[in-house]
Design a protein around this ligand. Structure first.
Ligand SMILES: Cc1ncc(COP(=O)(O)O)c(C=O)c1O
Length: 400
């Protein structure tokens, strides 16, 4: 370790590099070496960004829309975000209650830094999206984890959240549909959680990253529940909905005081989200929405196949995900049969021996699962699942 390592801030040591990023970079390294890796690691749509959105960015470039914008985002985009949210979910935000950020991750980071003080407690259902734990730690607050019910599809309940609450509870992070479990929180239960939070003066951040990708139910937003505008804060993203991961556009919808706090932070951080990406986002939200439905239909087809296929692997069980584009199968019995003690070891062996990249469950707070993203082609899903099956059954020929 070089001497400069000792100079790094203590705050930095409260977080670690996202394990989802780690897995994809390791898979990338193998691929560059020419290894034929089936990559289930990345949580990103395999579809291209729709053409109308790309054309809007080109038009913005041609019009020299290439300078700084308002820190909180261009008015057209804030309007488009509020209008789309109103149309889809029946909310009533104004542009003053909206901020555009550099992706959904950015707004989640900013929200936690704006809301949490050292010593505050933040409730996080398990399994959780990796970033939550780190951004809460980075704010100096304490993560309080609440177990979900795997047998009920990783359901979370108001009762479990209530048990975890203390006078120090400041914030509850809800992600529905969930990454990694695919759980979709039922409307009634979410409403109970909101009422509970409101009665205790606690805030809820609802991460709506996968909100449009639900199977067999209608998308909804907790921000539309009656009387919850001061309790519920929306963290949104265009990344998955419009296959725009690289454009980096996210948003927050919240009471003005919270938005102003985010804008203050953002003014020293990024100045503004990229100008031409903002123009593209206006088109994504205001333009035709058919592409979203087409992507959802394809995810639904893959989901059906992958859930059935993974359930055929000995020692593996899998809850049916009701949203997003991940399965979160339980390899507990298979791990025992193979003498594998951790999901990291399982993921490492699957990558090196079966050439399949996926994310170990320990990244999401559980010890016998892996996350498999089905945002990849059917062909890759078939190949990858066969390799996993062969690995679990000891049928793989040794690879160097
Ligand atoms: C649950 C969840 N929230 C938020 C995000 C943020 O997405 P982005 O920063 O690409 O908008 C992700 C990305 O994977 C996610 O899985």
């Amino acid at each position: 370790m070089s001497a400069i390592s000792n100079q790094l801030s203590e705050r930095l040591s409260t977080i670690s590099v996202s394990s989802t990023v780690k897995v994809s970079s390791e898979a990338g390294r193998l691929k560059r070496e020419g290894v034929d890796v089936v990559d289930f690691g990345a949580g990103e749509p395999d579809f291209p960004t729709p053409d109308n959105i790309k054309r809007a960015a080109v038009a913005a470039l041609d019009a020299n829309f290439t300078k700084y914008t308002d820190t909180s985002g261009i008015v057209d985009l804030k309007k488009a975000i509020c209008e789309r949210h109103a149309k889809d979910y029946g909310t009533s935000y104004t542009p003053a209650e909206c901020v555009v950020t550099v992706g959904g991750k950015h707004v989640i980071f900013e929200l936690t830094q704006v809301l949490l003080n050292p010593g505050d407690e933040c409730i996080i259902p398990v399994p959780f999206w990796v970033t939550y734990q780190d951004v809460v730690n980075y704010a100096g607050a304490k993560c309080v984890f609440v177990q979900s019910d795997e047998q009920a599809g990783f359901a979370i309940s108001a009762a479990a959240i209530e048990k975890a609450m203390t006078p120090k509870t400041k914030l509850i992070l809800i992600n529905s549909p969930s990454n990694p479990s695919g759980n979709v929180l039922g409307r009634e239960e979410f409403e109970r959680i909101c009422k509970l939070a409101k009665s205790r003066g606690v805030l809820i951040m609802t991460d709506e990253c996968y909100c449009r990708f639900v199977y067999g139910s209608e998308p909804y937003s907790a921000a539309a529940f009656e009387g919850m505008k001061e309790t519920v804060i929306v963290a949104g993203s265009l990344s998955k909905t419009y296959a725009m991961t690289g454009w980096r556009i996210g948003f927050g919808l919240a009471p003005k005081a919270v938005i102003d706090g985010i804008v203050k932070l953002q003014s020293h951080m990024t100045s503004n989200p990229t100008s031409i990406a903002q123009k593209a986002a206006v088109e994504a939200l205001n333009g035709p929405q058919e592409a979203v439905g087409e992507m959802l239909a394809e995810y639904a087809r893959r989901r059906e196949y992958i859930v059935n296929r993974v359930r055929q692997i000995p020692g593996v069980t899998c809850q049916e995900p009701m949203g997003a584009f991940y399965i979160y199968p339980n390899f507990g019995q298979a791990m025992k049969n193979l003498g594998i003690e951790s999901t990291l070891e399982l993921a490492t062996q699957l990558l090196t021996k079966a050439h399949v990249a996926l994310v170990p469950g320990e990244a999401f707070g559980t010890d016998s699962h892996v996350r498999i993203s089905y945002a990849t082609s059917m062909h890759e899903i078939e190949r990858g699942l066969q390799r996993i099956d062969d690995f679990v059954q000891g049928k793989l020929s040794p690879k160097p």
